[in-house]
Design a protein around this ligand. Structure first.
Ligand SMILES: [Co+2]
Length: 427
């Protein structure tokens, strides 16, 4: 049974249960003949918290609204969010599943996992609406607004403690990553576009980083399939003590086993060899370890407790990206030096950045909405002195036939098992 079917069935069972409860309620009101013996109250089975958009609360099925506006905290009033997909560790680490000490350690972390699961649930609900709603003809700004407003509503955005994790990537075609529109960008989504939607959510700095690819022309389906499979390969190979280069090699092998035909030409899908997954820590989207998507010889191992974004990119171009186009993404350097700033405008802009984003990534549109104006010189100054780093779009070969796709999940290497926090019934 697919997760979607399972969820539907669970929901149906729960509704049946509730109907029964209503009947019992009427009996208690004295509406039924007194002779009727009251049935012992059946212990209500708790609904499994399946990832999805609905939950049964006291006989009501609560659904997310469209567009998404209901804070997830209201859909999960007990404050317990659905677990992601659990994958057991392999071979040498199988003992962890039942080990008492590891189970104890894992229980200690419950609140942290729950926070990450809340972020992941918001991602699932927002992307479900995005996948249903985004159509050719929309501007890139409309697309980002839809996703970002959804995130802000569901997470109850509140400065640094909850909100958007990083700018919404909506890179098109040969552009693989780090494109989001700046104000006035007139770009309109086309039927033949390949768009990577890469957006994030964060609570107390715990960032969920998760991405998918949207296309409308079915000719790209094998490209998407290749990358989805490659990302799932990376997730499967990830684990405590797993070597990064071996994960990369497995991803590469899967990716390259696919071909895609475009305009009568056949392309072997290539991994974009200078793009990586990455470890994530609080308020630090790239925490130091890179997860390659080719065999790069890196012998570094993954470790217990680490969070990773496992992301892979497939391309029908060179399989190599360079920086190009106007920059929209910026982020304060996590180890930014303390530099005395000469320009008052730069100081003021840095105050805004510290207060609103800290070391989280942001884009020019986020400064615009905070009311910042004519900030480009000050921003350049902060870049020049090394406090802020720019992240321009990353592009593969421009030209006919170059398209790139991406899939990404956030996982956590818990003491007893691996949890794919952002898994949904879509990918
Ligand atoms: Co990422």
């Amino acid at each position: 049974m697919s997760p979607a079917e399972l969820e539907k069935q669970t929901e149906k069972l729960e509704i049946d249960d509730d109907e029964q409860e209503i009947v019992e309620g009427q009996t208690a009101d004295g509406a039924a003949p007194a002779a009727k013996k009251k049935k012992p109250k059946k212990k209500k089975k708790k609904a499994p918290l399946a990832p999805g958009n609905s939950l049964v609360i006291q006989g009501q099925v609560q659904h997310q609204a469209e567009p998404p506006t209901i804070p997830v905290a209201r859909l999960f009033p007990e404050g317990i969010y659905p677990e992601g997909e659990i994958q057991n560790y392999k071979e040498d680490n199988m003992w962890r599943v039942t080990d008492e000490e590891k189970r104890y350690l894992e229980r200690q972390e419950h609140d942290n996992y729950n926070e990450a699961r809340k972020c992941a649930e918001i991602h699932r609900q927002v992307r479900k609406y995005a996948q249903k709603t985004i159509k050719p003809g929309m501007t890139m700004i409309e697309i980002c607004d839809l996703i970002e407003n959804g995130t802000r509503n569901l997470i109850e955005a509140n400065g640094l403690s909850a909100g958007i994790g990083f700018p919404t990537g909506c890179s098109l075609n040969h552009v693989a990553a780090h494109y989001t529109p700046n104000a006035g960008d007139p770009t309109v989504l086309q039927y033949d576009d390949v768009m990577k939607i890469d957006f994030g959510t964060q609570i107390n700095g715990r960032i969920i980083d998760c991405a998918f690819t949207m296309t409308f022309n079915p000719r790209y389906d094998p490209l998407k399939e290749a990358v989805k499979d490659a990302t799932n390969t990376g997730i499967r190979e990830a684990g405590i003590d797993a070597r990064l280069c071996e994960i990369g090699a497995a991803i590469q092998e899967t990716m390259e086993s696919y071909e895609v035909e475009l305009d009568g030409k056949t392309y072997q899908v290539k991994p974009i060899r200078n793009l990586n997954g990455h470890s994530i820590e609080r308020y630090q989207i790239h925490a130091g370890k890179s997860v390659p998507i080719v065999d790069n010889g890196d012998q570094t191992k993954m470790e217990e407790g680490e969070y990773f974004a496992i992301e892979t990119f497939g391309s029908t171009g060179n399989g190599y990206v360079v920086e190009d186009m106007e920059c929209s993404h910026y982020m304060k350097d996590f180890h930014a030096p303390h530099v005395p700033l000469k320009l008052a405008r730069s100081k003021q802009l840095l105050n805004t950045i510290n207060k609103e984003f800290g070391t989280l990534a942001f884009c020019r549109r986020y400064l615009d909405r905070l009311g910042e104006q004519r900030y480009l010189m000050a921003l350049k100054n902060l870049v020049d002195v090394g406090i802020v780093n720019p992240y321009p779009p990353l592009v593969d070969t421009k030209g006919k036939g170059c398209y790139t796709a991406q899939y990404e999940h956030t996982i956590v290497l818990k003491p007893t098992c691996k949890e794919v926090l952002t898994r949904g019934d879509d990918y």
